[in-house]
Write a new protein. Structure first.
Lengths: 334, 673
């Protein structure tokens, strides 16, 4: 792309200035939000600017040839451009925006933010782009949608997340180049989007056995071992006290009993048990364990420096654990 | 049909249907300039387009860059060899057409589509710069409409027909919204009085029918052409029909067969020798002549021109008016003429010699006849009359299909064929005069014309082309003699069409019997003239007059600019309103509108209805915060609910309740708290 021309840089600089100015101007927004006319900005696209230059040349030629038909045609095109500008602006005007401001994902995958756009107007909206950019990302993540008159549409923007942690996207942008791509109208919604990026699940170590051999909290060894629910194939490292000896004695495959009650011999996934690994590797290993324990329907607790999550099971607990892993070393969002 | 089934060219962003539409638009624009472009350009562009569409229909991408580069270099190189420049309208159009074709060949993404769209716009303008037709303008606007609609990316879920219908409707709506603003721009945008840069001369331009030589028999085609030569509008009095002689090139040199002027008009000096002074008398006739573009510098003025716009014309030695250059655009010339004149002094010896010269040894029988007649009538007026009597008495016929004449054309006409048209009579008459030593010359121009009573002007067509004579009378000056007029059917007062008895009719019989047909033609011509004078020739003066008409005191460029700015601001505000108004959901029925009005009024009083709130809830909330309005609002809301949900629609009861509700809402004006 020959994008590095001087006019292009000038345009980029203008957009950057405009962005800073609009940030100072609006302050924080609250969702749901109705896009009013004071927050819509508009600028010609590269196509629009080229067309502008072409139209100037056309009018000049018309004037020079003293051709009234040429001028009539030129002026019609100029007016069409002005009309298109109004339509571009209108395409965003009065749109109601709502969004899920939090998303969870693993490093290396994408955080999916969900947006809902409601169109209360009597006309359809076309080609609305929702753009979210992570800090330092090369290109923003985009979802494009059209909304019929009086309809509500949802869209998911998947923002790729490379590194673990809390990623705060200070705002998102609604943008449109409707109708002819001559102008681009946009608005910033100053609502921070938060992505909790859990570490990439990894590590080669097997799940620590239940009973907290490495733990120090005795109360976690609650009774209830006999609330047996099902058998699982034995793997190296599984606690021997859950071994289904009878099955083995009958000549079957080695298996372990698993228990349904959360209190049934919870496992502690412990930061401090992984001394020889560096920080990210430890978190990665813990993340892998959380997923493994959850998949194995076992209760698990998570112990991180400054954070202790009591053993439990289920989606909510898993999410809590993953967020704790994501937030490790980061300040919690305000 | 496989073409349609591909939604996208693999790896491309542009869909095949967009590609097809873009190719269609380029072809439609090129169609208008197909006659001026070299054939191979048109063929190349068509081939490039065809190749691309073929590839696209097979689902294959554009050809390799190397091939495209070779084609581009070859084509543009050939173009340069042909024109030696890219400057100018035709080379520029050719170049842009080629680029459009090449761009189509390599269309990959939306960006290429953008370039093609812009080329379509520019080619349309290039065609219009030299175009004059209303239909051309409409056609090109339609092409650009299609081209612009191609850019629209609406939801892709519809069928293709539905999608294009929506695209065209949307783009059409935008075009319609652009019209008022475009009109304001066009009316008030200041025009230049001289070009910013010199226009390259493409050597085109229409040619007007008269030529600067006349061999009788050459005007045959002209007499049958209905093409308009010019139009004339008298500002005030109109001269009698037999005085409507519009002076064109004067022919003095005769070789026995061909009359020719003082030199081809290209050789005429920019400021010709001044004509001998005339003493003009009688009524002054002021008029405007609107001339079509021409390859000659001649302007047609009524005999005898006294005053004219000296910036547009100068007068030659023989009293004809000449433009500084052959007019490329239609031009208007306002002049004043007198039909009566007398020469101020005797004929200069040089001119006398020129206007009595006879080619030696030619037309001997004519010389004989002249000598005989002159002996009988030694005075000039008597001799002129005798010659005219000869034409009237002897069996001379006026015809548009005269026989071919030999080298001694006057002898052949006077003694053998005796059939001819104005050129024959004028040529024979002038020869008879010169043979008797009387200065005489042939004048060509237009005579008569059709009066357009719908628009009040005269139309002079090529069929009104005429030739007559001028004879020098000692002590008086040049006298116009029209020998064609002395043949019995009076040509002078009625024009060619009425002398059907003398020869082949000019227009068919049924056309003459159908009275509405000429009327229709006149009306159409009035429209054409309106288009020409009001639209094509709209200029600074028209803008001045427009401002005067709008009661702007002392109109000038600055006021025009102010007006333009005012129109622009109003136009933008209007656009904002029009475009945003479409967003509002309008209540559908009368009752709904009245209810919306009620809510609006309460809203102004500080009690805006919430979107989810029903009528009853709303009334309850109003009652809670404004006890003074309780009764009225509760009543109205109850009435509204009844009208919406319980009364049978269209029943008499519902109708009267509806009227009462609407009237009550209109009366309801809550005070602000």
């Amino acid at each position: 792309m020959n994008a590095a021309g001087a006019p292009f840089r000038l345009r980029q600089a203008a957009i950057a200035r405009l962005t800073r100015w609009s940030l100072r101007r609006h302050g924080e927004d609250a969702l749901p939000l109705k896009v009013d006319r004071r927050r819509i900005y508009i600028i010609p696209t590269r196509f629009g600017a080229s067309l502008g230059v072409l139209l100037m040349a056309m009018l000049l030629a018309g004037l020079n040839y003293n051709s009234n038909l040429g001028l009539a045609f030129g002026f019609l095109m100029v007016s069409l451009v002005l009309v298109a500008m109004h339509h571009c602006n209108r395409n965003l005007l009065g749109l109601c925006v709502d969004a899920s401001t939090e998303a969870d994902c693993f490093a290396g995958s994408a955080a999916a933010f969900e947006f809902r756009l409601r169109n209360d107007a009597a006309v359809a909206r076309f080609g609305i782009e929702i753009r979210c950019a992570d800090r330092g990302a090369r290109a923003p993540a985009v979802a494009e949608l059209s909304i019929a008159a009086g309809a509500t549409e949802a869209a998911v923007v998947e923002v790729p997340m490379e590194r673990r942690g809390i990623h705060r996207l200070p705002r998102f942008e609604l943008r449109t180049r409707h109708p002819f791509g001559w102008f681009r109208a946009w608005t910033y919604v100053q609502v921070p989007l938060t992505a909790y990026v859990a570490p990439r699940p990894g590590g080669v170590r097997v799940l620590p056995p239940a009973g907290g051999e490495t733990g120090t909290l005795a109360q976690s060894q609650a009774p209830g071992d006999d609330e047996f629910s099902s058998l699982q194939a034995y793997q190296v490292g599984m606690p021997l006290k859950h071994m289904a000896w009878k099955t083995l004695a009958r000549g079957g495959e080695p298996a372990v009993r698993s228990y349904s009650a959360p209190s049934a011999s919870p496992e502690w996934l412990d930061w401090f048990a992984l001394e020889r690994l560096d920080e990210e590797a430890r978190l990665s290993q813990l993340c892998g364990w959380v997923l493994g324990a959850e998949a194995a329907h076992r209760a698990y607790g998570l112990r991180l420096p400054g954070v202790v999550l009591a053993p439990a099971r289920g989606a909510a607990h898993r999410l809590q654990c993953l967020r704790a892993l994501a937030m490790h070393g980061f300040l919690p969002p305000p | 049909m496989r073409l349609w089934t591909y939604a996208k060219v693999p790896g491309d962003e542009v869909s095949v249907e967009q590609l097809l539409a873009a190719a269609g638009c380029v072809s439609l624009v090129l169609l208008t300039s197909i006659t001026v472009l070299p054939v191979w350009i048109t063929l190349t562009v068509a081939a490039l387009m065809g190749l691309r569409l073929l590839l696209a229909s097979r689902g294959r991408a554009a050809p390799a860059p190397v091939l495209r580069f070779v084609i581009a270099t070859l084509a543009i190189g050939l173009l340069f060899l042909k024109f030696h420049t890219f400057n100018g309208l035709i080379p520029g159009t050719a170049l842009l057409s080629l680029i459009a074709g090449l761009k189509l060949l390599e269309t990959r993404g939306q960006r290429d589509l953008h370039v093609i769209t812009m080329i379509v716009y520019f080619l349309s303008l290039a065609t219009l710069l030299e175009g004059e037709s209303f239909w051309l303008l409409i056609y090109l606007i339609a092409v650009c409409w299609l081209s612009t609609a191609t850019l629209l990316r609406l939801a892709d879920t519809d069928s293709m027909a539905a999608r294009w219908q929506r695209r065209l409707r949307y783009a059409g709506k935008l075009l319609a919204q652009a019209l008022p603003l475009a009109l304001a721009f066009w009316l008030f945008f200041p025009r230049l009085d001289s070009p910013l840069w010199h226009l390259p001369d493409d050597g085109g331009g229409a040619t007007i029918g008269l030529s600067d030589t006349m061999s009788p028999g050459d005007i045959t085609d002209l007499a049958q052409s209905d093409e308009v030569a010019f139009r004339a509008r008298f500002l005030g009095a109109t001269p009698p029909a037999d005085q409507l002689y519009w002076r064109g090139p004067v022919l003095q040199d005769f070789d026995g067969h061909t009359w020719s002027g003082a030199g081809a008009d290209a050789e005429l000096p920019i400021t010709p020798k001044p004509a001998p002074r005339l003493l003009l008398s009688g009524t002054a006739y002021r008029y405007t002549v609107s001339l079509e573009p021409s390859a000659h510098r001649w302007l047609f003025a009524l005999d005898w021109p006294a005053e004219w716009d000296t910036s547009k014309a100068s007068q030659g030695e023989d009293y004809m008016l000449l433009a500084p250059n052959a007019p490329m655009q239609p031009i208007d010339l306002t002049a004043t003429s007198y039909v009566h004149m007398r020469a101020d002094g005797p004929l200069a010896p040089g001119l006398r010699r020129r206007d009595t010269t006879m080619p030696g040894g030619r037309n001997p029988r004519t010389r004989e006849l002249a000598a005989q007649l002159h002996a009988e009538h030694p005075d000039t007026p008597g001799y002129v009359q005798a010659v005219l009597d000869l034409f009237r008495r002897e069996s001379f016929y006026y015809t548009l299909t005269p026989p071919r004449l030999g080298q001694d054309s006057v002898d052949g006409f006077l003694f053998d064929s005796r059939r001819g048209f104005c050129g024959h009579f004028a040529s024979a008459f002038a020869t008879l005069m010169r043979a008797a030593g009387i200065p005489a010359r042939v004048v060509t121009g237009y005579q008569g014309g059709t009066f357009n009573r719908f628009a009040g002007y005269w139309i002079l067509r090529q069929s009104d082309a005429h030739a007559w004579d001028e004879v020098w009378l000692e002590g008086q000056g040049w006298m116009r003699v029209d020998p064609t007029a002395s043949i019995p059917a009076n040509r002078v007062e009625h024009g060619l069409n009425d002398i059907v008895s003398l020869g082949v009719p000019v227009t068919s019989r049924w056309q003459q019997r159908t009275h509405w047909l000429p009327d229709l033609r006149l009306e159409l011509d009035a429209l054409k003239q309106f288009w020409r004078q009001r639209i094509l020739e709209f200029d600074q003066h028209s803008q001045e007059r427009l401002l005067e008409w709008l009661h702007v005191p002392e109109p000038d460029g600055q006021k025009l600019a102010l007006f333009l700015a005012g129109c622009l601001i109003t136009g933008m505000l209007w656009l904002t309103w029009v475009v945003r108004r479409e967003l509002d959901v309008k209540p559908s029925g009368k009752v709904e509108r009245a209810y919306a009005m009620l809510c609006g009024r309460l809203g102004k009083a500080g009690l805006t209805r919430r979107p989810h709130e029903g009528a009853e809830d709303y009334a309850a909330r109003v009652a809670a915060s404004r006890p003074d309005l309780t009764l009225e609002v509760a009543d109205l809301c109850r009435c509204y609910t009844a009208l919406r949900y319980s009364l049978a629609p269209q029943s008499a009861q519902a109708k009267s309740a509806e009227r009462a509700f609407i009237a009550a809402v209109r009366r309801f004006r809550p005070r602000a708290p």
